[in-house]
Structures are given as C-alpha cells and as structure tokens.
Write a protein that binds this ligand. Structure first.
Ligand SMILES: [Zn+2]
Length: 331
C-alpha cells in the first residue's frame, strides 16, 4: 500500500461534464451585494425599445429569460482568443481563456471577465432552484451558473450563445509562466488534481523539504530523508492566480491531519513558497480558510520556503494518467 494517506481523490477531481441543460442543478455562488460593481454605467431601456433593438431570438432569451436549444448556438465550439460581450449592450462578460467544453451544448465559462461584469439572482422557475446570470450593465438574462465546473472556481457559467457577441479584438493573455510547489499527500493524486486546473501549463512530481540530495522513492518512503512528496506546478498567471491555485490546494486534501513524524511526513500538507509574495498569499489564504468554518480543526499545513526540488523517477510522473485512473487508491 503505497498511498496510505489518500488524497480525497474524488474531491480533487473535476466532475465530469454534466449533460444537463441550464436547469437541473442549483449552484451557490456569491450573490451580488447592493451597490457593488457599479463601475459601469447602467443601460436602461423600455421593453418596446429592447424588442425593436434585439432579434426575436435575442429578445426571447435576454428579456424573456428563454433558453436556446442545446448545440444550436454559434459559440458552443468557438475556440478563438477574444472577448464575449453582451449582445444587448456590449458589456465585456467573459474571456476566451475561461471558456471550456462542458459537453452541454451551451458556451461554458468557469469565471466572468471581471467580478462586476455579471450579477446573479435566485431563480425558482420550472420547479427547480437555479442561479440566474445577468448582464450587470443592462440586466439581460444570459443563462445560469452551476457548481459543477472545473477548478479553480468549480463554477460553470452556462450561457446562451444568442446573448453573446464575440470580439477577437481583445489582447491575448500574456505569455510567461510562474511556478508553485505544493505537498498534499500522495503526489500522484495531487498532480492529477492540478493538471485539471485551468491555466496550469505543466507539472512534475518530486521530493523536497528534506535532507538527502537526489533521493530515491524507496529512501523517501523509509521516512529517513524527511522529504515530502510534492508537485511543482507551472502556470500562466494571466489565466489563473496563485490565490486560485491555493484554493485548489485546500480543496484537494484534508489540511487538518497531523503529520508529526516518521513515514507520515512524506505525506504532509505543505506549501513551499517561491517568493515573499507567495508566502504572504499562502499565510493569508490559510487564515481565511481557518476563519471560514470550512475546517473543523486546526490547519496543520506547513508554509515554508522552497529548497531544492528533486524530480521523482520518471514512472511517477503523470502516474494516474498513465494508469488511466483517477484515484490514488492502489493495492
Ligand atoms: Zn448587457
């Protein structure tokens, strides 16, 4: 049994794309607060004006809260770099970097272009609890948001194509990557979890935080080296922030298990920071987690500077992918 301390493997995994319409699962994103996001000037028109301005299909979706047929919209499979604007008022709603293929037949995004770009509202129509997504500038109905999206947000904004207008004018995300290093139990599962996060460009598993140079897996397993199984993550900061990676880190394991000594230290929870900025972000994120009530006992995660990272043997790299498995559970 190599992976005694399993990651909460299922918790790490992005759920399989759900083949349901903007209808079957309630999400619980943050509700819009009064007075928040008023940076853009509001667009207000009468119903008759909207009817004259919009196509009949746009009017039905955006002003009458309709839903276009799955796979009927022009942006379902669009993969070009650019921005998705509100078809009614031009407000920039989503960026192509947050678009993903959900398999549902509607354009899907895991975050809006900016927090204030869209607003949400509870929707109890059709006998189900859903969360409606609206353009924060003109109040147009756009679609719904569900809690079954990919990391790092775990959200799926399911949007009608007809409510969007694509613009390729927007500057493409900046190139250049940054690195982060995490330990959260068996590195196979942790690597698999981070590989599913948007904006992660590459990963490698290895050993760090101990004493022995260039250790073997067997040496690390003996408990004598003090190394942790760790994952080095390369990411594009214009797509995913370090804070969002920290969220994915907390979500993929139980950070309250004490890993005091001996063999268990191989599986300890640790953030190996690369810079003072990462250190403060990690400390702040840990404090927020403890205050949030999401954990019942003290977070035992160590937040320490990264020393030398020793890349693990090749057969450990992308191990679960090679095995075709999702879980760290092996005999
Ligand atoms: Zn709008």
């Amino acid at each position: 049994m190599l992976c005694l301390l399993l990651l909460a493997g299922a918790g790490c995994s992005r759920q399989a794309p759900a083949a349901h319409s903007p209808g079957s699962q309630p999400a619980a994103p943050r509700e819009r607060q009064e007075g928040e996001g008023d940076m853009t000037e509001k667009v207000t028109r009468t119903d008759a004006e909207w009817k004259a301005l919009l196509s009949p299909e746009q009017y039905q979706v955006m002003r009458r809260k309709g839903t276009e047929r799955a796979f009927s919209g022009e942006y379902v499979h669009l993969e070009e770099d650019g921005a998705y604007l509100c078809a009614a008022c031009g407000n920039e709603l989503f960026g192509s970097e947050a678009k993903f293929d959900s398999g549902t037949g509607w354009p899907s995004f895991w975050k809006p272009a900016a927090e204030q770009a869209v607003s949400t509202s509870p929707d109890e129509s059709l006998g189900v609890s859903r969360t409606e997504v609206l353009c924060s500038r003109c109040g147009a109905h756009l679609g719904h948001v569900f809690a079954d999206g990919p990391q790092p947000t775990g959200l799926r904004y399911c949007i009608n194509s007809v409510a969007l207008s694509f613009s390729g004018e927007r500057n493409a995300p900046q190139k250049g990557t940054a690195s982060a290093t995490f330990a959260a139990g068996c590195f196979w599962g942790v690597e698999a979890a981070f590989r599913k996060a948007h904006g992660v460009t590459s990963t490698s598993v290895g050993y760090t935080g101990g004493l022995k140079e260039n250790p073997t897996y067997e040496e690390v397993c003996s408990g004598a080296t003090g190394h942790a199984e760790a994952v080095q993550v390369e990411y594009d900061p214009s797509v995913v922030s370090y804070e969002e990676l920290l969220e994915a880190f907390w979500n993929c394991h139980n950070p309250t298990v004490p890993h005091a000594s001996g063999r268990a230290r191989q599986y300890r929870s640790a953030i190996f920071y690369h810079s003072p900025e990462q250190q403060s972000a990690a400390l702040a994120s840990k404090e927020r987690l403890e205050r949030s009530g999401r954990v019942s006992s003290q977070v035992t995660t160590e937040i320490v500077p990264l020393g030398r990272f020793w890349r693990a043997e090749e057969y450990h790299q992308r191990y679960l992918e090679k095995q075709g498995g999702e879980s760290c559970e092996i005999p």
